[in-house]
Design a protein around this ligand. Structure first.
Ligand code: G6P
Ligand code: MG
Length: 220
């Protein structure tokens, strides 16, 4: 079996989930409210405007479209300030090693991220050259849990969905991968990522052979 791998970015390959959280929290606080860690889980994998809508909803704050654009831009300015200072040291444990091992075996690799900042992050962390295809927030019209981002990734890799493995830290992303009929490695806890095929703390716990076995097993 020839597998293909589609990686989420924030929280899977790089430690940017914490920057998103800090920037959204700062925005909420500036509007006079706060939100919890549990609520933050619901923002993972969700695109910028949908995230803002959820946060405003939690705060019971209403804004018109023009104001929402301004707030989203403000949050992104803070976020871009943080990620502009990133380095390869912020690649999460095991991610570089897994990308290298997949690359060495000629296994195709795509990015499947909701972020419009993926280009900057991949560049800052020296990961760009690993990707045969990049599908990010600039390339899709619908947000995870819609499967569009992963379906496009598989198309670009010329891979059948049943041979694709998605790596996700977000519940919306796991849902999207399931809807795309792909195998899912949940990066995080089972309780936060229902429906994944396996769960790992980070990618250091994953070998290429294990991924191939997982797909073979699933397609039986
Ligand atoms: C990822 C993150 C989300 C973020 C989204 C959009 O999916 O998990 O928290 O909202 O990307 O990111 P962007 O960089 O375009 O604001
Ligand atoms: Mg993520």
């Amino acid at each position: 079996t020839t597998i293909a791998c589609i990686f989420d970015l924030d929280g899977v390959l790089v430690d940017t989930a914490v920057y998103h959280y800090q920037a959204w929290k700062k925005l909420a606080n500036s509007l006079g409210f706060d939100f919890s860690h549990e609520q933050n889980e619901q923002l993972k994998g969700v695109n910028r405007m949908r995230s803002l809508d959820k946060i405003l909803d939690w705060g019971g704050v209403q804004k018109n479209n023009e104001e929402k654009e301004e707030l989203a831009t403000l949050k992104n300015t803070w976020y871009v300030d943080m990620i502009s200072k990133m380095s390869a040291a912020e690649v999460l444990p095991g991610s570089l090693e897994l990308l290298q091992a997949l690359h060495a075996k000629g296994i195709k690799i795509a990015l499947g991220s909701a972020s419009k900042n993926s280009g900057l992050i991949l560049e800052r962390t020296n990961l760009t050259h690993f990707f045969d295809a990049i599908v990010d927030g600039n390339a899709v019209t619908t947000s995870k849990p819609d499967p569009e981002v992963f379906v496009k990734g598989a198309e670009l890799l010329k891979a059948a969905a049943e041979n694709c493995i998605v790596f996700e830290d977000a519940s919306a992303g796991v849902e999207a991968a399931i809807a795309a009929k792909m195998t899912v490695v949940g990066v995080g806890e089972e309780k936060n990522l229902p429906g994944a095929d396996i769960w790992v703390k980070d990618l250091s716990a994953v070998s290429v052979q294990q991924l191939i076995d997982l797909v073979v097993q699933k397609n039986k």
